[in-house]
Design a protein around this ligand. Structure first.
Ligand code: GAR
Length: 202
């Protein structure tokens, strides 16, 4: 058993891709918990539909950042989570949370990092005029989108693309890449040498 928590703030299409991979026996882990900081997140409906325990932990419900962080940490610990998967979780985790789960938190970002960190990465890339973009899965460290890179997928930017076209093309690759990386982690095939991520058998 490799219990996974997925943290999501919105639509939840990456959550859905992970659920489908689990159902197909391709994840080698079990999504045991979904947490959102947004009570209206569609990701919560998806969790409910598949009978996955889900919880809202939103900053507004706490007097300060510290008590919010403690609630988040306690919830994850109670479920004996081995891997925390950020899937459109639009909030920076504080150092306190990151230190509680060293090398156990991963994120997916819709650009080829280190290019275009932060919000609206697809539109940033489109405006810049790059010919290729893509998505990156990385370990979460205390910076914004700066942790060691585990895997990336590249897509072309085509003439006539709108930012939404590019975002859709990247999203399709996100849905393939994220389950694959979770599987590698669940299988214990990923190690770190400094910033370099080594994937056994790749
Ligand atoms: C995804 O494109 C993900 O890469 C991005 O938010 C979207 C969530 O979609 N994450 C970030 O921009 C994090 N900086 P989803 O809710 O349908 O999975």
């Amino acid at each position: 058993m490799y219990p996974i928590a997925v943290l999501a703030s919105g639509r939840g299409s990456n959550l859905e891709a992970l659920i489908q991979a689990q159902k197909a026996g391709e994840l080698k882990g079990e999504i045991a918990l979904v947490i959102s900081d947004n009570p209206r997140a569609r990701a919560l409906e998806k969790a409910a539909r598949y009978g996955i325990p889900h919880q809202v932990i939103e900053p507004a419900a706490f007097p300060d950042r510290e008590t919010f962080d403690e609630a988040l940490i306690a919830c994850i610990q109670q479920h004996r989570i081995q891997l925390i998967v950020l899937a459109g979780y639009m909030r920076l985790l504080s150092p306190r949370v990151i230190r509680a789960f060293p090398r156990k938190i991963i994120n997916i970002h819709p650009s080829l990092l280190p290019a275009f960190p932060g919000l609206n990465a697809q539109e940033q890339a489109w405006r810049y005029g790059v010919k290729y973009s893509g998505c990156t899965v990385h370990f979460v460290d205390e910076g914004m989108d700066t942790g060691p890179i585990i895997a990336q997928r590249v897509v072309p930017v085509l003439p006539g693309d709108t930012p939404a076209d590019l975002a859709d093309r990247i999203l399709q690759e996100e849905h393939r890449l994220y389950p694959q990386v979770v599987r590698w982690l669940a299988e214990g095939r990923i190690s770190l040498e400094g910033r370099k991520v080594i994937i056994k058998g790749e």
